[in-house]
Design a protein around this ligand. Sequence first.
Ligand SMILES: [Zn+2]
Length: 172
Amino acid sequence: MASLGHVAVGAAAARLWCEPADSWRTRLLAVVAFAGLALAPDLDVVAFALRIPYGDPFGHRGASHALLTALVLGAAVGGRTWFGKSRRRTMLFAAAVLASHGLLDTLTDGGLGVALFWPFDTTRYFAPVRPIPVAPIGAGMLSARGLYVLMVELIAFAPFWLLALWPQRRRA
Ligand SMILES: [Zn+2]
């Protein structure tokens, strides 16, 4: 999956995490932070440069995409208070956003599956239905195929974009 769908989920989560009284600065930082968390598991593409095979537990879509990793990193992010929000709230949102990445990747139609249950089970999983076209990796995104994937994600994730961008109603 390309980055757009993940960013949409992160931005929508930021919207829900914020409260009506939050400043635009807090909102903006929340969007950047949650979009970053939503994308973070794909930092594992560095594995290709390190010559770690795709199918290795530490290869792309391996340990970094596991649900347990999402839980541990989510707990770490929520280990301190951010913008006065309860730690439990931040922990829950961060873990959910991180977990959403691996789960969404199982919906893509190419590459290897996701090691959702690492380290207990290193099987790579796909969802029974896989409607999202897989993105070309790296510079391959700058191609007709890359553009097609971005368009599909823009449309498929419309509900998340709407939730993230819907104008905030001012409280009287
Ligand atoms: Zn991924």
